[in-house]
Structure formats: C-alpha cells, structure tokens
Design a protein around this ligand. Sequence first.
Ligand SMILES: *Cc1c(COP(=O)(O)O)cnc(C)c1O
Length: 361
Amino acid sequence: MSRIYNFNPGPSTLPLPVLERVADEFVDFQGAGMSIVEMSHRAKEYDGVHNKAMSLVKELYGLPDNYKVLLLGGGATLQFSMIPLNFLPEGKSCDFTVTGSWAKKAYEDAKKIGEVNVVYDGKPDSYLNLPKVDELKLDPKAAYLHMTSNETIGGVQWQSFPDAGRVPIICDMSSDFVSRKIPVEKFGMIYAGAQKNAGPAGVAIVILREDMLERCPEDLTAYLSYKTHWNTDSLYNTPPVFAIYMVKLTMEWLEEQGGLDAAEKMADERAGLIYGAIDEHGEFYRCPVPEHCRSKMNVVFRLPSEELEKKFVADAAAEGMIGLKGHRSVGGCRASIYNAMPIEGAKALADFMGEFAKKHG
Ligand SMILES: *Cc1c(COP(=O)(O)O)cnc(C)c1O
C-alpha cells in the first residue's frame, strides 16, 4: 500500500490509524455480527459511539456544562440558514464579518432571513486581509456577531476574537475546528462541517450554549430548530451514523496525540515549514496574505506565472503530493495542512518547493 500526501482542502486527509480501524471493524462491529451502518441508531452499540463523539468534543475544548455538542446533517451550509432562522428575530439585526467566500455565503443566506449589518468587508482587499479585532465597530444590541474563523479558500485566519460584550459570537470553524485552543466562553455557538479536520463529510458539529435556546422561535419546523436537537441529543431522526462514528475515532486519535495543545503545536510546525519555504524563496513564491492573519490550515501562494503554477501542481503530484491547486475562484496554489497531515508531509512539500524554485527561478 502506498499513501500519498493529500493537501486537498476538504474532504481531506484523515489519520491512517483511523482509516485502518474503520476497515478492520467495518463488517463486524465489535462482535455485533453486523456493520455499524447496518444497525439501529437506537442500538446500544451505536449509542456508545454517538455519546462518545459528543463527549470527546466537549473534553477537547474543555466546554463548561452549559454547552452541548450537536451532530447534524446538512453540512456547515445548512447552518447558514438555521442560525438566522433560530437567532435573528424581526426588529433586530446581526453583525457580520465578511472575510471571504464562506463568510459571504453565510451572509447571503442570513440576508434573506433578516437584517444584517456588515462590520467588516474584505472585498476591497480581495479577501486577503483581516482587520484588528479592536477595530471592529460592533453593535452592542446585535442579536449575534457572525464570524468565520478560517477562510479555507482565501487562506486568512483570525488569530484572536473580539470582545463582543453580551452579544454572543457565532463562528463557522469548519476549516480550523479542533486545531487550536480558543476562548470558548466568548461563543454562543461554534459550528463546523466535519470533513476538514474532524472526519468525513456528512455531519456538522455544532457547539451550542444553553441560553441560546431561549431565542429559538416556537413556530420553526422540527429539524430546523436547535431545540429539537438539544432535547433529543441529536437523535430526533436518523443521524449520519457512519460520519459520526468516524468523527468519534478521529477525536480519539486527536486526544491520544495530546489534544488541542498538540494540535496547535503541530499546526505551528507545519505552517512554519510551508511559509518558511515561501519566504526563503521570496523571489519565486509570494504569499498574498499579510503575516498577521496567515492561515495555519490553508496556505495560499503564487508563483511567477500561471504556467509555472500548473507545472508546480503537476510535478508535485508526480512526487506523491496532491491537491495543491488553488480554488478555481482565486487561482494560484494552496496547501491545506489539517491536523491529520503528518509533519513529514509538510517537510516533503517544503523541500519540493525549495528544489522547484532553484530549478525554475
Ligand atoms: C467547507 C466549508 C464550509 C461548507 O461546509 P459543508 O459541510 O460542505 O456545507 C463552510 N464553511 C467553511 C469555512 C468551510 O471551509
């Protein structure tokens, strides 16, 4: 078997021990005589998996008791609608930082449901920069402040979060979930599609603070109300059992690595290697994002020409490093270096970048 280094932005690389474990127990789950995907979501075996997935996320982030972890279908994208439907009442507005492609999608959906106040728009900087948190002019009466902690396409990442006072921050952490420690008390809600840092596609992980439930309107349909999922521990309907099972294994793996302390350290190391290679060959590579907001998950960079960028992506693939093409909307190159990317993978890419620059510079 040969594994490549997979720099895809999502779905993305997962820890090898997790994949092997899934293969091992796929046909006969822990002696049940059937697969996890064949059993009832009310079965005690599945119940153990479901609860463990939620409690591991809770432990990793050190969440206080007034927070619950929900596991929902529909990806992070369904949250773009559910958030305003639940938390944005008529007569109030929410604050939004429009920092890139994902924030923009969340913003467009929120705007269809209620009043949105843009407190930062990255468009004049082509979404390649972020403001300082204390420069944001926040509305103290806002229903919530929506942020996107890491823009997967543009490669910008908030290094800290503002003090929004009593206004809850709601944050899309899809592409830097469980990659670093964060001040959880600032957030009324955190959400993430699993397929970047936490497992396969198919489940969104939502961390919700209890007092947020008071805002959910009673006339929402069942699935769209957070109350439904809170009150049933995400078993109102059939949850995406296979994705949740893999999230549980991925969170267990992360805990064994040393939790968020270790994740943060490894992220620093990987990002240091790739940005280091860019800066070391600054006449050849260029990172369009200023240092203060460079993402440690998605490193974007340009080469002297689009022709060279094409060759870079092709030559890297021939060396067993795939997924380095930038998003079609922005071009260039992008290396996604999530939790499961081995340090050796980042080293291999940094070395390759050095050689490529020498050869073609
Ligand atoms: C991938 C991604 C999404 C979309 O997630 P889906 O699960 O595909 O809906 C949303 N926000 C960010 C920041 C992402 O990286």
